[in-house]
Design a protein around this ligand. Structure first.
Ligand code: GDP
Length: 314
């Protein structure tokens, strides 16, 4: 068995998690992003963690890549009738999970414990760890001023340009012992093809996290969320550009320069090999678009194959 720790955001993160989860030879631990979390209608909603939970428990709405399959919107309709803002879609089944989480948080339970219990109840075999039990929330400054992440992402559909990012609460937060031990015990660390700015950074920049990552001597392999300078979904390319980074695989390599040892890019981006090598990161190319379950497993197996080759060389 190979201990793989995956650092992951929502949709891209969950796809990669599902790929590794399908590999019999992998003992998978996921460290998910909590900085997209927010309160809606008095309930604490954790979109990225829930996307991973719904994906690995088979409850996910496959065509959307988030939310629950066979979902209703009756609860949200009532809230709308009562005059509440309902731009954040929360389905009827989904509400059940948010009620459960919020009730336990009110009872003083640790977010990490709540997440483990949900995973177990939903029959998930991989472990889902939170990077911190503290509240860390991404704030986005756009042409419209400072906003919460979900206001920018869902309400404004990522239309305004992002001019600045802030992870509120980050400097006072601390890494959970679960996240720390899953880094220490990993044989391979993978950064999922998630948004580097709002999914991966708010995890790895948690005080203590970076140091634990730097102290490991296992390979840290990232999968690019961009193919041919474009995202598969979401605002990462646009955000990278408006924040002054290159919106392509070289930009991803530069962004992760101090963190990763290897970067997996798409075959279409092979022309960047030399540039990526020149900043001290080893590139590998393969088909990194995960269209279905087979693609996810194929990519996970490819990463393992690279890892085994590295081990043989060591
Ligand atoms: P979010 O928090 O739900 O936005 O999810 P993530 O941050 O985990 O994922 C968003 C990123 O996933 C986007 O930048 C996408 O380009 C990337 N992504 C989604 N599907 C795929 C895929 O099949 N392959 C790769 N390489 N990236 C993907």
């Amino acid at each position: 068995m190979t201990n793989v720790t995956l650092i992951a955001g929502g949709v891209g993160g969950a796809k990669m998690a599902e790929g590794f989860d399908m590999c019999k030879e992998v003992e998978l631990t996921i460290i998910g992003n909590v900085a997209d979390d927010d309160e809606f209608h008095g309930l604490w909603v954790s979109p990225d963690i829930d996307t991973i939970i719904y994906t690995l428990s088979g409850k996910i709405n496959r065509s959307q890549g988030w939310g629950v399959n066979d979902e209703g919107h009756r609860a949200l309709d009532v809230l709308k009738e009562l005059g509440k803002e309902t731009w954040m879609f929360l389905g009827d089944r989904d509400f059940g999970l948010h009620i459960y989480r919020t009730e336990r948080l009110k009872n003083g339970d640790r977010p990490s414990d709540i997440t483990h219990d949900i995973s177990q109840r939903f029959g998930i075999k991989s472990k889902i760890n939170l990077p911190t039990d503290d509240k860390v929330q991404t704030r986005v400054r756009t042409t419209e001023g400072w906003q919460t992440f979900q206001e920018y992402f869902v309400r404004d559909k990522c239309v305004p340009d992002v001019l600045e990012l802030h992870y509120e609460g980050l400097s006072q937060s601390s890494i959970t012992h679960e996240a720390e031990s899953s880094i220490v015990n990993a044989e391979l660390i993978v950064l999922a093809p998630s948004n580097p700015l709002v999914s991966i950074s708010p995890i790895i920049e948690i005080p203590g996290f970076n140091k634990v990552l730097q102290n490991t001597n296992v390979p840290i392999i990232a999968v690019s969320p961009l193919i041919n300078g474009k995202v598969i979904k979401g605002p990462a390319d646009k955000m990278l550009a408006s924040l002054g980074y290159r919106p392509d695989v070289l930009g991803i390599a530069q962004y992760y320069k101090d963190v990763i040892s290897h970067l997996i890019i798409d075959e279409q981006d092979s022309s960047f090999f030399e540039d990526i090598n020149s900043i001290g990161i080893s590139p590998y190319s393969t088909d990194i678009l995960m269209r279905d379950a087979m693609d996810k497993k194929r990519l996970a197996l490819k990463i393992l194959e690279i890892f085994y080759t590295l081990e043989e060389k060591a």
